[in-house]
Design a protein around this ligand. Sequence first.
Ligand code: UD1
Ligand code: CA
Length: 458
Amino acid sequence: MAAPFTVLIMAAGQGTRMLSDTPKVLHRVAGKSLVEWVADAARAAGADRVVAVVRPGDGVAEGLPDGIEVAEQREGEGTGAAVLAARDTVESGPIVVLSGDHPLITPEQLEGLLAEHEDQGARATLLTTDQLDPAGYGRIVRDGSGHVDRIVETKYTDGVSPEELAVDEINLGTYVFDAKTLYDALDQVEIVKGERYLTGVFPILREAGGTIAAHMTDDADAALGVNDRAGLMEAEEAAQRRIIEGHAKAGVTFLQPGTIRVEAGVTIGRDSTIAPGTVLEGSTVIGERCEIGPHTTARGATIRDGATVIHSFVVEAEVGADATVGPFAYLRPGTVIGERVKLGTFVEVKNSDIGAGAKVPHLSYIGDADVGEDSNLGASTITANYDGRKKHRTKLGKSVKTGIHTSLVAPLDVGDRAYTGAGSTINEDIPDGALGIERGKQKNVEGYADRVEEDSQK
Ligand code: UD1
Ligand code: CA
């Protein structure tokens, strides 16, 4: 067990390079904000406390996971000012400082950093890599003994020497310090171009006789920082590789994973197959032995064991075990599809319960309805659930059979084993076992074709 430590997440930067009205750390990677990723990694690494530095009123505090404390950066600019904002919140003890714009930092990297810090008996230890394009990052200049001498910032390259620019080891904005020592050193850091740089503390700590250690990581995905939209795209790609690999290791097959997007909050059971073009979002839960896709989007959906969902869109709806959905079905919020249901082509279902074993095979709209077990709705069965002001429910019993082109005008109650005639507009309840039929009488006009031909010859 490591000694107790606090994590401080710097999340109050302006993020000007994003060109956005949204604070940078609230931009999302795989459905989760940058700062949430960092907070989750801090927790997973075993931090006692996690404190995020935010700007008053920037909305970042509201987007944080439960249990994360907040310190407000009310004055000053720059990463040094961010840390000083936590002075009254985290008074002493070991402090791990993280950047809210490095979303894919791993608990393993934090553990490695803390271990190196202890092994080296260092005054401060920072995480570095030589696996990324170093442009814009702070470069690590080491001394003769291999410790860190200083960090040269390259966001602006004027005044940076060619030797320093040639350094490809970069600072990842991830550090361990003793809190008190850090604040004292920061007080002495000069403000340059209106900013107090956190990286300015290293020469001060060295002069006071401390060594600065560097812990290098070669996990480029986990090291990645986001400063602009290009960085956001890279982080998304890296997150996808990580998420999909994680599911694959747990027994899920992905066909052409490069075409599939899975957000961080999704769970997938073993022996499920995810086919090309599929997008799984939010807190979607996929059971075992499911076949999802090609080209299915599921958002906050629950899809139970053995279900198949092809070329369909499922939003906040539930698909029962061994059900088959699609191609081209649209399941909207509040829909619950029972076990073994078959929902076919061009079928839209909203806020409805479809009982076990029922079939809605073609071209239907079912809204605000309860469909009993083993019912079979003919092609183009439509619920008229809206009278222009209010929604009403349609209730179909068990083993109901509707003829094609049945309109069901709600509120409506159709009994068990009832039938409807093809083309009927049903607006009165049908008792158990009865046939409801509503249809004009057919009239045949004899010799009609001959008359049309004669007319056209005139
Ligand atoms: C910083 C480092 C640089 C490192 C890079 C890694 C400094 C001076 N430089 O540069 O060495 O290579 O990170 O990504 O620290 N923030 C605040 N308040 C502020 C300013 C920033 O909380 O006033 C937060 C930001 O939200 C961000 C983090 O601090 O999460 C880093 O700030 P950023 O401006 O992106 O620093 P870089 O220029 O990338
Ligand atoms: Ca940055």
